[in-house]
Design a protein around this ligand. Structure first.
Ligand code: SAM
Ligand code: DTB
Ligand code: SF4
Length: 331
């Protein structure tokens, strides 16, 4: 059977071996399975490793917005494009903590702080470390995404108690330089290694809907699944439309079934990773989100905004999860 990576236990459950040697042909064969077979395999693996009726809730805050020197062709915050976004300085710690507290009260278990930097300056990192310690003190999981890090910077964040570092590969190695040319994919992979070495958990995924081929989406999953350790969190973002950026010229939203297939393949290839249905949920119907949860997605961002773009309203999310009998901190 295509994708059979585990052995049957006496209770009928499958023990999944976490593999880091996936090849493209295997990913393509999984993706091409009849839909029911693919979903069954993904759901079986999902319930072996997770409570299938629970979804994690994370909240985002842009702690330093805009003016970024990188040229990521999808991003509202790049200084290379006229997106109409107002740049800001690094927020004060007290404002960050107050926002985290509101997010916690609204049902978030993880708070992710993002800065539009190519890499943090050591002075800025001191302030971010203080924010991390304070948010952790609220009893929330912490995540930051600050661009590229040196090993020393990663160690400082670890010492501050950081739980997760988000740093995405964004797309396949082949499509990468159609989207970003100011840094190489290898730079991103090096930062991920520094984060791992510092003992911080990795949040790493990418974006679909920028004009990439299905092969690129699968190539991205192969890249993620073949990292030395699977990222603990894998955010799959659907490109959130931003005016003025180059991706507008190529963007094409995947058909809903293609998106559910992709989530299922991610679940099968990275059986123990939390897969987050990240940006772009506001373009998805309730039915598509339900299919993605069945396929193995088990995390979402909550809150009316992500960093600079829209996210579904809390009531819509709460209502959807209730109707699906999915538990979360939202209800
Ligand atoms: N500057 C840091 C970096 O690039 O690592 C952190 C912030 S950046 C906004 C985090 C990730 O959000 C990007 O790597 C990208 O995958 C995703 N992202 C950014 N803009 C997006 C958009 N318009 N739609 C979907 N995902 C987006
Ligand atoms: C991730 O993969 N998605 C989040 C988080 N990591 C930092 C960011 C989504 C950003 C969507 C575009 C915006 O709001 O600016
Ligand atoms: Fe800068 Fe991150 Fe946006 Fe790229 S994705 S332009 S690095 S803020």
């Amino acid at each position: 059977m295509v994708g059979a990576t585990g052995a049957k236990q006496s209770n009928g459950r499958t023990i999944e071996h976490v593999r880091n040697d996936w090849d493209r042909a295997e990913a393509e064969a999984l993706y091409a399975l009849p839909f029911a077979d693919l979903m069954f395999q993904a759901q079986s693996i999902h319930r072996t490793n997770f409570d299938p009726n629970h979804v994690e809730t994370a909240s985002l805050l842009s702690i330093k917005t805009g003016g970024c020197p990188e040229n990521c062709g999808y991003c509202s915050q790049s200084a290379h494009y006229e997106t109409g976004l107002k740049s800001t300085r690094l927020m004060d710690r007290a404002d960050v903590v107050a926002t985290a507290q509101r997010a916690r009260n609204a049902g978030a278990t993880r708070f992710c702080m993002a800065a539009a930097w190519r890499n943090p300056k050591d002075r800025d990192l001191d302030q971010v470390c203080d924010m991390v310690s304070a948010v952790k003190g609220l009893g929330m999981e912490t995540c930051v995404t600050l661009g590229m890090l040196t090993p020393k910077q990663a160690a400082r964040l670890s010492d501050a108690g950081l739980d997760f570092y988000n740093h995405n590969v964004d797309t396949s190695p082949e499509f990468y330089d159609k989207i970003i040319t100011t840094r190489a994919l290898q730079d991103r992979i090096d930062t991920l290694a520094h984060v791992r070495d510092a003992g911080v958990k990795v949040c790493c995924g990418g974006i679909v809907g920028m004009g990439e081929r299905v092969e690129d989406r699968l190539g991205m999953l192969v890249l993620l699944a073949n990292l030395p350790s699977h990222p603990e969190s894998v955010p799959i973002n659907l490109w959130n439309e931003v005016k003025g950026v180059p991706v507008n010229d190529t963007a094409e939203r995947p058909d809903p079934i293609a998106l559910a297939r992709l989530i299922a393949v991610a679940r099968i290839m990275m059986p123990r990773s939390v897969v987050r249905l990240s940006a772009g949920r506001q373009y998805m119907t309730d039915e598509l989100q339900a299919l993605c949860f069945l396929a193995g997605a088990n995390s979402i961002f909550i809150g009316d905004v992500l960093l600079t773009t829209e996210n579904p309203q809390r009531d819509r999310d709460g209502n959807l999860l209730d109707r699906l009998g999915i538990t979360s901190r939202l209800s």
